[in-house]
Ligand binder design. Sequence first.
Ligand code: TXA
Ligand code: MG
Length: 391
Amino acid sequence: METKLLVLEDYKKTGTLSEADLAKLDEAAAILKQGGLVAFPTETVYGLGGDAMLDEAAQRIYAAKGRPSDNPLIVHICDIEQLDKIAKEVPEAAKRMAITYWPGPLTMVFRKSAAVPYETTGGLSTVAVRFPNHPVAKELIARSGTVIAAPSANISGRPSTTTAAHCIRDLDGRIEAIVDGGACEIGIESTILDVTTDQPVLLRPGAVTSEMIEHTLGISIVEDAALKGPLDEGVKPKAPGMKYRHYAPKAPMVLVRGDGCSRKIAELLYEHESKGERAALICSEECLSEIIENSLELAMDSQRKEAAQNALNALSAENPEIRSRDGKTIVKVFGHRGDANRAAHIMFEFLRETDDDKVDFIVAEGCAEKQLGKAIMNRMKKAAAWQVIDT
Ligand code: TXA
Ligand code: MG
């Protein structure tokens, strides 16, 4: 199958949809109406969309992603009234959450109405619903005349896609079209909150943080066991997707956090490089300076000193995101320490690049698990198969 690339030229330049862009969205909407699949941008990550009310479209989504069909899809709406057709009941807490955070990076799990096919919900009697806050997503859903099932637009197990180029990489030849609306602002998937129980349960942390939810609802929320660590054999997570290996770069990865993090990372890099291995380092500017200082201390031979000096030079580069090569270690700097928005925005791209860079080992600076940091660490821990070193 040939995948058509629909580039929203004017939207990408100005942030406003022109007539020419809208004509391309009509083309994409026509594909969706016929049961076809279209990847499109949302403010979190790109979605792989199909008509949520058509069981064949849902089946095609699972096939295109290589996703197990017991892993349910999120249904995307563009008007709050559509919720009543999908959800059997909307509890008070959910209403309050919807008023506060929709449209936005929040997904809520409801009991499903009879209208939603079991193919879309992976056989579950509940349905996950999200009202995205992205002009392209909202227009596309509205023009399709239906509600859109959309998992993240990546091959199952790979990091989520945050640009059209990532979608092409994973899905070219597998779906009818990709709408290119530029890079996704948030870069990390939506928060998922199960509102079918009296006390809401956080199934996946995201940009609508636990702190924000608790503030809005005035009650504490429960966190699903799948967020705390790898689940024991046979234990079923509430969000079926949480049991699968996720966001996995090809190389093994380790997360290092705590006050002694820079020293530990410098030691790890030194250890791997002495074995002739190539490492990727993902960290903040501040951490990089500290690592370089530590590396200089560790480095006894002149070759290694030069490498550390090269990495130091990279810091003064105009754009610190331009990946620099210090000979062996590939340095990926996400911005200042504590800039969680920046880290979330670039994280999946960095993980994807480590595959292209063909590194043997990835080491990343961890962050505090509060607010958006909780979502970042959730994805990073999964990418690292829960290998975390506390210093
Ligand atoms: O930001 C997002 O949520 C993106 C964009 C495209 O909207 N979508 C996304 O979908 O991340 P996906 O399929 O990659 O992740 C959805 C997660 C999966 O872990 C799935 O198991 C869970 O949501 N899920 C879906 N329906 C559910 C349900 N009825 N009950 C519990 N978990 C559900
Ligand atoms: Mg996904």
